[in-house]
Write a new protein. Structure first.
Length: 467
């Protein structure tokens, strides 16, 4: 498709804001919509952008994004395959010889073999090659936290980047929890890609983030200029996550969403809190949406406190099953040590389920004032979690009040429709800035000229020493 054809196709009718519809390339190096915030973000944002009248092409790697149906004329998926080195059931696999296609594949495997995480870099290189081959088809390129060297320089359209929160936060929490020098070395090597992400972030012309807390973290950890960062809150799918009186609340049920042994998620503290609260509330039990680790701190805590049968893990459930699970709980809990936003908090509140959450990171921005729309406790404090659980389990009136107020807060502040509208406004700002800064040149980005590669297939010189 030529640039002229793309422009003509966009003139079929105005978008919801009354202006010309945009052709958007939305990039995501991980797109699983059922595990991890990045996939959820891409799925819901792409749907709402299409509903506003824009054409959205999601360009993603394995696990591939799952897009909503019914918008095929404005919403599509392009699969940009990696070697899928971390797939189940054979993660950290060594590919067969005939799987290698080019030097990027060799780089991906070599980085994995040496203990690093290659996907942000290698996806960015594949994406750059793909976008350059399709120059003129897109009005804007939106990167979802890849932050790879390949996205510096000319990618064929103005670039807007979402940073949910700096991964350096995850890195530090994992280091704090690591025991022994070998484990600490392994964590540092795995997170080596964060050095690249810091260098790339500083050169980006337009950064979106999901909370004020994340905005400050991006300034502090990544060194991005404050005036280049814009907060666009995300939210819950309030058509799906809503109250349903026909779903019975299960006495004592507590629901949380967590990767079992990711220190950031604080699940081990919730397990300890459950053991404490069951002394007075023996029917209290926990359902964890996530994969159960057979060994590690959480498994050890479950065994230590005799909670077999009181903690269940579920994974691979449908959206409808997830919503009904949250609706069936007397309490939804977010025990995280840090969150850049916390979709589970917003989704639980949208169903009218009362929320108990820590004050880690941006969670208070979502959950609202303590005692008004949720109960708030300090992160990493099992005793405070147990006190909050006990208070809610003992007080049906408090649960009802917090549940109702929580849903009203989400409806007023945190919906995907609002997120899409705010994102489009930033797209149009990026287009206007590009037109002024580079008249006659449809794709160029201020502040990144020094990162120009020597050829279309060459790695940026900066990337040779890292990741």
């Amino acid at each position: 498709m030529t640039a002229e054809a793309s422009q003509a196709g966009s003139q079929a009718g105005p978008a919801a804001d009354g202006e010309r519809p945009l052709n958007i390339a939305l990039l995501t190096y991980k797109g699983n919509p059922f595990c991890g915030g990045q996939g959820v973000y891409v799925r819901h944002l792409s749907r709402e952008l299409a509903r506003l009248g824009h054409r959205v092409e999601v360009i993603g790697s394995q696990p591939y994004p799952v897009l909503d149906e019914g918008l095929e004329d404005r919403l599509s998926l392009t699969e940009l395959a990696s070697l899928d080195l971390y797939r189940s059931p054979d993660p950290f696999r060594t590919p067969k010889r005939d799987e290698y296609r080019d030097w990027i594949d060799a780089l991906e495997v070599g980085t994995m073999w040496t203990g690093g995480f290659p996907e942000p870099l290698t996806f960015s290189l594949r994406a750059r090659r793909h976008l350059r081959a399709r120059r003129g088809e897109f009005d804007v390129v939106h990167d979802n936290q890849t932050l790879g060297y390949g996205l510096l320089g000319d990618v064929g359209a103005p670039l807007v980047t979402t940073i949910h929160h700096p991964i350096t936060v995850d890195r530090q929490l994992e280091l704090d929890a690591a025991e022994g020098w070998q484990r600490r070395y392994s964590v540092r090597r795995w997170y080596a890609f964060t050095r690249m992400q810091k260098r790339v972030a500083r050169r980006l012309p337009s950064v979106l983030t999901v909370s004020g807390t994340s905005r400050q973290e991006i300034v502090d950890h990544l060194g991005v200029r404050d005036d280049r960062i814009h907060v666009v809150h995300i939210g819950a799918d309030t058509d799906l996550f809503k109250p349903d009186a026909s779903v019975r609340r299960i006495p004592g049920r507590i629901v949380t969403t967590s990767s079992a042994d990711v220190p950031l998620k604080g699940l081990v503290y919730l397990v300890e809190a459950l053991a404490k609260v069951r002394v007075e509330h023996p029917d209290a039990h926990l359902v964890v949406v996530g994969k159960r680790a057979e060994d590690g701190p959480v498994a050890q805590a479950i065994e230590r406190y005799g909670l077999e049968g009181a903690v269940d893990f579920v994974k691979g459930i449908s959206d409808a099953e997830l919503v009904d699970l949250v609706r069936s709980a007397e309490i939804a809990c977010v025990p995280s040590l840090y969150e850049g936003f916390s979709l589970p908090a917003a989704e639980a509140m949208a169903t009218g389920t009362p929320l108990l959450a820590t004050t880690g990171g941006a969670i208070p921005e979502v959950a609202g004032p303590d005692g008004e729309t949720s109960l708030a406790v300090p992160p990493g404090d099992a005793g405070a979690l147990a006190a909050g659980l006990g208070r809610l389990l003992s007080d049906p009136a408090l649960r009802a009040r917090l549940g109702s107020a929580g849903r009203e807060r989400v409806l007023a502040r945190f919906t995907w429709a609002r997120a899409a509208e705010g994102t489009v406004a930033r797209y149009r700002e990026a287009l206007a800035r590009s037109a002024v800064t580079n008249p006659g040149r449809p794709a160029a980005f201020p502040g990144v000229e020094s990162a120009t590669p020597t050829s279309d297939t060459g790695v940026y010189s900066e990337s040779r020493a890292t990741c």
